[in-house]
Design a protein around this ligand. Structure first.
Ligand code: HEC
Length: 257
């Protein structure tokens, strides 16, 4: 019986996948940089790389299955190597490399990264209905009582909110830099000055965990204060917070008497 020569077709197919990948990922950005006369490389979008790789795998499979001899040669690589030590080494390499590669893909796809999410988030989603009709109990108290509430609120603000939102309510507290989604700068006219007091009440009571999906592609570090502060304390903090920031809440459109 003639000894059948071992075929390395499978290895050539794998090598061509690797070449296709290297060309698309590392070489084509420079080819396009030259062709389009850009001053920077033009990286291939990752979804496009996936599509090209799927096409390359399909192309490779079509190529090896065009004749039964090729197909047999292709599959013969997984058969025992006999005394062919090169084949043995290649087989072991593939058996070790394949699970490592799959593991690396899964790991790099799921590991938490430090890059900012690409989705936009909505800072001011709609106020939940149950917070629409509540009222600040200190709106209509006399001036002296109001002043006291504001003073108390300012102190509670410094005790609870300063670490993130800053002593001047400018969003520059000592912890502010540790969050990707920075604590809000209340002195900015686009923040608490654009919402009614009830809105701030909701946000303070329920914090980041209370936000709807449209606002959570970025995780918010804003704590929910409902277990730590009672409603009266929250209202006072709101009054102190607006005062510290030097802005006033938006007024409700309905006429109040
Ligand atoms: C651990 C840090 C941290 C602390 C402490 C904290 N906040 Fe925040 N706060 C944030 C972050 C981050 C945001 C921005 C993300 C968001 O809107 O949830 C935010 C948002 C807010 C908003 C929404 C403002 C707007 O215009 O959308 C309000 C109101 C607020 N905080 C009030 C407070 C008050 C009052 C306290 C103290 C009782 C407080 N925060 C304590 C981190 C914090």
């Amino acid at each position: 019986m003639i000894k059948k020569k071992n075929s390395y077709l499978m290895i050539w197919v794998i090598v061509s996948f690797i070449i296709v990948f290297v060309v698309i990922k590392y070489i084509s950005p420079y080819i396009f940089m030259v062709l389009l006369a850009k001053g920077h490389s033009m990286p291939t979008p990752s979804t496009l790389i996936i599509w090209y790789m799927i096409l390359a795998v399909l192309g490779g499979l079509i190529f090896v299955s065009t004749s039964s001899v090729r197909w047999e040669n292709f599959l013969s690589f997984v058969l025992p190597a006999g005394d062919d030590s090169t084949k043995k080494i290649l087989q072991i390499t593939i058996i070790v490399a394949f699970p490592l590669l799959v593991g690396w893909f899964v790991y790099s796809g799921t590991a938490p990264g430090t890059a900012s999410p690409v989705e936009l988030r909505i800072q001011h989603p709609t106020l939940p209905q149950k917070f629409e009709n509540i009222k600040n109990p200190y709106t209509h108290v006399d001036e002296e009582a109001k002043r006291r509430c504001i003073e108390e609120g300012k102190i509670m603000y410094q005790q609870n909110c300063r670490p993130c939102h800053g002593s001047k309510a400018d969003g520059n507290g000592p912890f502010a830099n540790s969050f990707r989604l920075r604590p809000i700068n209340f002195t900015d006219p686009g923040t608490i000055a654009t919402v009614i007091e009830n809105y701030a009440f909701w946000r303070i009571k329920e914090g980041g965990p209370g936000l709807p999906g449209v606002s959570t592609p970025w995780d918010s570090a804003m704590p929910a204060w409902k277990d730590a502060l009672n409603d009266e304390q929250i209202w006072k903090i709101i009054m102190g917070e607006y005062k510290t920031a030097g802005v006033v809440p938006r007024q409700t459109e309905t006429l109040e008497h």
